[in-house]
Design a protein around this ligand. Sequence first.
Ligand SMILES: Nc1nc2c(ncn2[C@@H]2O[C@H](COP(=O)(O)OP(=O)(O)OP(=O)(O)O)[C@@H](O)[C@H]2O)c(=O)[nH]1
Ligand SMILES: [Zn+2]
Length: 194
Amino acid sequence: MMQEEKYNHLKELYSDSDETKIQSAIAGIEALLELIGEDGTREGLIDTPYRFLKAFAEYTQGYKIDPKTYLETQFESQAQDVVVVRDIPFESACEHHLARFHGVAHVAYLPSGKITGLSKFPRMINGYARRLQVQERLTAQVADAIDEVLQPKACAVVIEATHSCMTARGAMAHGSSTKTFAVRGDQNLLDYLK
Ligand SMILES: Nc1nc2c(ncn2[C@@H]2O[C@H](COP(=O)(O)OP(=O)(O)OP(=O)(O)O)[C@@H](O)[C@H]2O)c(=O)[nH]1
Ligand SMILES: [Zn+2]
């Protein structure tokens, strides 16, 4: 791809940006490569700033949408019993180090006349996950979205994740995982997620 095509591609991916902002971002990545003593002009690295920014647009694409709107696909239902969706995979980025964290989310809700399409849970969760996050806020946002849009009798969310900022660096706590909880309404709903 020609240099100009790459700029244009990045401008499309970062729709609120302009040429100057894209150029500064590229210069930032080039500076980082220089900082670690790399030769940013060698073949393997020449396209790295472009690739990094392309990847970063994907990691942060959740800013472009309001994830809770996925839950607006609703069906009337007489269901009186709990719905549980488990092991929903997600990928996110920690806002402190811009390092990746990933894991699974489990959700449970007790409908009150309305249910949503099951696939809307992974879509919604990934919408919030593809932003800069802390796990606690991600968990709360998912619970609040369900609570606000589906207005269930109760809902609960559990997220289990591994943070590369504490496994691949820093504390080097390989194998550690973090579990966060958010409940809106009856706390007993958590029992379904244990
Ligand atoms: N509560 C919470 N903390 C997080 C999350 N992601 C990363 N962190 C933590 O954010 C903290 C930032 O701490 P600082 O002391 O400012 O940064 P640091 O010097 O890089 O810390 P270390 O990771 O301990 O080396 C670290 O303890 C991370 O483990 C998250 O999702 N939730
Ligand atoms: Zn971190």
